[in-house]
Ligand binder design. Structure first.
Ligand code: URA
Length: 422
């Protein structure tokens, strides 16, 4: 095959043959197709899309560039969850131990954050001593002994995606539904779990800001899972406002621990339980996650899961050195607390990174003092910004500008769980 011919073919709206796709992905991963050629192909896919058959072959070809794990020797059914990314989305932290406490094994290979959405590993790394990197044997042993493991994905899973994602990131080709679907699903299928629940975010703080696009992403990912023999379900959930009352690494861990202790914000609890029910149904287990959460057994698994990776579940979490309250400029009802604005502000405060090699601040981020729908008076605190680097307050205030609206209507609440895609 010739890369140029294939690029022209996709550019002109033709369908790529399975063998051509397999050749392209393999040749790109091994360096025989150049970055500039793959960027042109990604842009052609961005505009022309992919048929279901093309997408299925593309995804399988990405998986075939690495290993597909098998998770041998586990007595429990394996099931995982993946979120397409949001602001304040700490759900994995209470969810993985909860589902493990209900009898499943949860292998959650996660990433670090880039841009305005946080990464699960960054959050957990705010716990003193906790380490993200585990060898394959260590991971399996923890899955067997504790039932839940959240760790860094090794370089062996879908290496094509590692390369392609970095390329898309700098060529304006991240926001393509088939490219996102194949990127996420190649890694998740390679991870080897028998069941997978997808949390597809829609709203200002998500990749997909409108519902039809998010629904299409969910449908295509569910179809890819099925094709590959993984039982897959997706929930379409709201990301116009942040989840819960905290954004930022240690702040989110604190909130997750509150949920495991039986408290925490209602939306975080609701989504955790809804995703847990889906995961348990896929795993064929009929435990009641609300009961297990209330019993404290999920907290026990959390403590063992953290300790198994060197973390001290009793150690105080890092706190940022400086904080500043952002107050309401007028009285009225909070109409909107824009997830993107708050996510970017938290990132500016130091909770996120701009380049892959940047460090994140464990204590930085935002605590919400009010939620959309709450009545406030002028001068009342709306949120608290936290950072170790107080010069960041200015950038955070700029990011927040216009993101919080106060008005007179009582805005109708949008449901957190919008739909279920099977
Ligand atoms: N997350 C991924 O892993 N890949 C994408 O393309 C988008 C989000």
């Amino acid at each position: 095959y010739s890369a140029v011919e294939l690029i022209r073919s996709k550019r002109d709206g033709h369908t790529l043959e399975p063998d051509a796709i397999r050749w392209l992905i393999d040749a790109y991963t091994s360096g025989r197709v150049a970055d500039e050629q793959m960027s042109a192909m990604a842009m052609a896919v961005f505009f022309r899309g992919m048929t279901d058959a093309e997408l299925s072959v593309w995804t399988q070809a990405m998986i075939d560039t690495g290993e597909r794990m098998t998770l041998p020797g586990l007595a429990r059914p394996t099931v995982d969850k993946h979120s397409t990314g949001g602001v304040g989305d700490k759900i994995t932290l209470p969810l993985a131990p909860l589902v493990a406490a209900c009898g499943a094994a949860v292998p959650q290979l996660s990433g670090r954050g880039l841009g305005h959405t946080g990464g699960t590993l960054d959050k957990l790394e705010s716990i003193p001593g906790w380490r993200a990197e585990l060898g394959g044997d260590e991971m399996l042993a923890q899955l067997r002994d504790v039932g839940a493991v959240v760790c860094a994905a090794g370089t062996g899973l879908a290496p094509a995606d590692r390369k392609l994602y970095a390329l898309r990131d700098v060529t304006g080709t991240v926001e393509s539904i088939p490219l996102i679907a194949s990127s996420i699903m190649s890694k998740k299928i390679a991870e080897g779990a028998q069941g997978l629940v997808l949390d597809v975010k829609v709203g200002s703080g998500a990749f997909m800001t409108n519902e039809p696009a998010a629904r299409e992403l969910g449908e295509r990912m569910v179809a890819l899972g099925r094709d590959a023999g993984v039982r897959t379900v997706a929930l379409l959930t709201d990301m116009d406002a942040p989840l819960g009352l905290t954004i930022g690494n240690a702040l989110e861990v604190r909130e997750a621990v509150e949920v495991l202790a039986g408290g925490g914000p209602g939306d975080v609890v609701e989504l955790t339980l809804a995703l847990a029910r889906e995961m348990l149904a896929l795993a064929g287990l009929d435990a009641d996650p609300a009961e297990v959460l209330a019993s404290g057994r999920a907290m026990d698994v959390w403590r063992r899961m953290i300790a198994a990776q060197g973390g001290d579940p009793d150690a105080p979490l890092p706190v940022a050195r400086h904080s500043e309250v952002v107050a309401a400029e007028a009285s009225g009802v909070v109409q909107r607390m824009d997830a993107m604005a708050l996510g970017v502000a938290s990132w500016r405060l130091g909770a996120g990174r701009t380049r892959k090699e940047d460090a994140v601040q464990a204590g930085a981020g935002i605590e919400l003092l009010v939620r959309p729908g709450d009545r406030v008076v002028a001068g009342q605190g709306l949120l608290v910004c936290h950072t170790d680097t107080p010069e960041a307050f200015t950038a955070a205030r700029e990011a927040l500008a216009g993101g919080i609206e106060i008005g007179e209507q009582s805005a109708p609440p949008r449901p957190l769980i919008i739909d279920r895609i099977v």
